[in-house]
Design a binder for this molecule. Sequence first.
Ligand SMILES: [Zn+2]
Length: 462
Amino acid sequence: MKKTPLEAWIRQRVQPAGEEMLRRRLLASYQLEKLRETVSYVRQFNPFYRELLHGAGEVTNLEAFTALPFTTPADLQTQGMRMLCTPLDQIERIVTLQSSGTTGPGKRVFFTREDLESTVEFFRHGMATMVEAGATVVIFLPGERPDSVGDLLAKALTQIGVTPVVFGPVRDVAAARAEILKHPGCCLVGIPTQMLSVARSEAAGAIAPGFVHSVLLSTDYVSRAIEAELERLWGCRVFTHYGLTETGLGGGVECAAGEGYHLREADLYAEIVHPVSGRPMADGEEGEVVFTTLTRKGMPLVRYRTGDRAMMLTAPCPCGTVLRRLGRVKGRIEFEVPLHMGMTVSMTDLDEALFPISGLLDFTASVAQAGGRDQLHLSLQVSSGDEERVARKALAALLHAEPVARLFREKALSVGSITFDHRGWFTSGVGKRRIADRRTGCAYLEKRAGFHMPKFGMASPA
Ligand SMILES: [Zn+2]
């Protein structure tokens, strides 16, 4: 099995030239040194961090580092330019993210030219997992604007002799299919539900198994069901990428083993912490993903809480690398909808239950209350003429596919309605997938209101 190409790249950056193997011990001391540098850099150049880290000790070891306070998406919203470490004229790109369901200013993330180049470098090495010089990659991600994710990816591919075709998010399945058919043996990069629709929709037919060489799915989380279905329909390898704007758009990518993300460990330090107490979790324990940037110049982030649920895998990767693996990301913790008796329902669970149903292109979900009980409402996007069959299968999946089936069996949830959305599947393709919570004045909601409280790590005096 081919070892992740990220290892050779990271080795060059952390070890003296000429050494064949990356040594974990040297990577760990590189990371500690970069953590120390980053903390001292933000203290020097940034008023927000100067206040936040006031009274905190020096980063002499990892224990001292995990005693530092967290930063949060709310800080990005409210502090804005106060989190900048360079003059504004050195900023090449500002990404504003409007979190769904909230009002007020969006989160703003600032990048210098050097920061963007660092992402291009990651894309260049990460994409070598699935393509080599001479290949063509059709990019179904936003790429119109300079330095958008699709544009940076295209730059990276050009540098390794791969031809990028920036198509943008899919708005017309037939047009997407026509583009794919121009490039036999191509690799596709896209948003999971969009790629599923291209593979399943009648309009997308005629892409024979084996025509597409590989697919890279990129978003905040990827359901196993979509990955499996694309591999089945197109007869190709499917890889997944995990990245947030805050991680510099790129974060980590699966290797040939196909299980868990290898991270750009020379640029990012990842921790898993308990979502409520903030205490560090051991490898193999699920919690919230926290990142610290190690080389970011414009807006470094120290112990940034992503809100994403995942764990660090304990077993070494079958590809033979010493890089760590972040396990499959299960979506935003705050998007998990609380039900009674401490149970929750998440879009990730619904995705795994419903996407195996052939003919289902996409769906939206909401929870509402009727007669004091929580009810799930689904709106399905289905190939026309197939509605009744898909609805029947969807109902059966809710009642029988674990872990969601338990919620219905234990009466934490009942099925309110299953309807059809004829507006076109792409309406929900680009935004974050989450269950809309339409309940008001419900007791479990208070629990969630307190979700993001702990700002401080365990050992912090605060
Ligand atoms: Zn691997």
